[in-house]
Write a protein that binds this ligand. Structure first.
Ligand SMILES: O=C(O)CCC(=O)C(=O)O
Ligand SMILES: [Fe+2]
Length: 335
């Protein structure tokens, strides 16, 4: 069983200035060497309270084409709902280790739900400086409460409340992206499975690290889902790749960070681009993030949308069941 937790490695290092070798990245990846210093990437910031809906839609479409990442401000999710989500998640990671292990992911199950440490198989055997908790928050019939912490007692209520507010944001984003492809407003969401699309919550826990220039939290990747809606805590750490260089993405309090994932890139036949991103960690502070991955059901087939391909625009991607896509991605097998 996978019991090495980065949280334990970090707490043993309180007075030590070195880290185990498996966390030290190759020089081609080390953030101290590969981050463009002194510039924060100004990814598009979209104001959801703008009464000009056409403009907001246009901004979403442009950002999805040009950046694959943007931030939404003045959205409908109350800041208290975000704070509650953050407070209960933070409290979970502060529980005694034995209690967290009760939620450990089942090593014999193909599901990624639960408390764990390593997700992607890394080719060079390196490890990310991060622990995580995964559980579904939608649809109700797919929720397994075994992976929802019982402590703190308000964990469930806070997650349900945040999850409830998320639907409006998802619908607005997918509607705009659908129209931007020349489809009807509801067609992209329906193509992904409509209201059966899974909302998978992840909490990333990045403890302080004595050598932040040498390690990565989550190494460079694109998200495999449709779209990701993420809130971080206040600690800088998200980076995006632009023109083959890594930049810090500006932290904006209360903003929602949106990532275009692989399945939207595929469904749009390449019009929208999944964003390459990674995370760094801090020497002094614990960073957290709460991405929610909006993804098709495991047996649902996604390929380029049939209305977007023809003789002049042949499909650029294969059609695949989402679970097969995910298996290849997690095991680094070519799609
Ligand atoms: O922590 C973050 O800001 C991003 C995490 C991430 O990219 C992921 O979990 O897929
Ligand atoms: Fe990601």
């Amino acid at each position: 069983m996978d019991t090495l937790r980065v949280q334990n490695v970090a707490s043993e290092r309180d007075n030590i200035e070195s880290i185990p070798a498996e966390f030290v990245r190759l020089e081609t990846e080390q953030p101290g060497i590969t981050t463009v210093q002194g510039i924060q990437l100004e990814v598009p910031i979209i104001d959801f309270s703008n009464p000009d809906e056409e403009k907001v839609m246009h901004e979403i479409v442009e950002a999805s084409r040009e950046w694959g990442m943007f931030q939404i401000v003045n959205h409908e999710i109350p800041s208290q709902a975000i704070k509650n989500l953050q407070d209960v998640g933070t409290a979970f990671f502060e529980l005694p280790q034995e209690e967290k292990e009760q939620y450990a992911k089942d090593p014999d199950s193909s599901s990624i739900e639960g408390y764990g440490t390593m997700l992607q198989k890394e080719v060079d055997g390196k490890k990310g400086w991060v622990d995580h908790l995964f559980h579904k928050i939608w649809p109700p019939s797919d929720i397994n409460y075994r992976f929802w912490p019982k402590n703190p007692p308000s964990y469930r209520e806070a997650n349900e409340e945040y999850g409830k507010h998320l639907h409006g944001v998802v619908d607005k984003l997918l509607k705009s992206m659908s129209i931007g492809l020349g489809l009807e407003g509801d067609e992209l969401k329906e193509y992904g499975g409509g209201d059966k699309m899974v909302h998978l919550l992840k909490i990333n826990y990045y403890p302080p690290c004595p050598c932040p220039d040498l390690v990565l939290g989550v190494p460079g990747h694109t998200d495999m889902c449709f779209i990701t809606i993420l809130v971080p805590n206040h600690v800088q750490g998200l980076q995006a790749s632009r023109d083959d260089h890594w930049y810090d993405v500006k932290y904006i309090p209360n903003a929602l960070v949106i990532h275009i994932g692989d399945q939207i890139e595929i469904a749009s036949n390449g019009k929208y681009k999944a964003v390459l991103h990674r995370t760094t960690v801090s020497k002094e502070e614990t960073r957290f993030s709460w991405p929610v991955f909006i993804e098709p059901q495991p047996d649902h087939v996604i390929g380029p949308h049939p209305k977007l391909v023809n003789q002049d625009n042949p499909p650029k991607y294969k059609s695949k069941m989402y679970k097969d896509y995910a298996y290849c991605k997690l095991n680094k097998i070519p799609q």
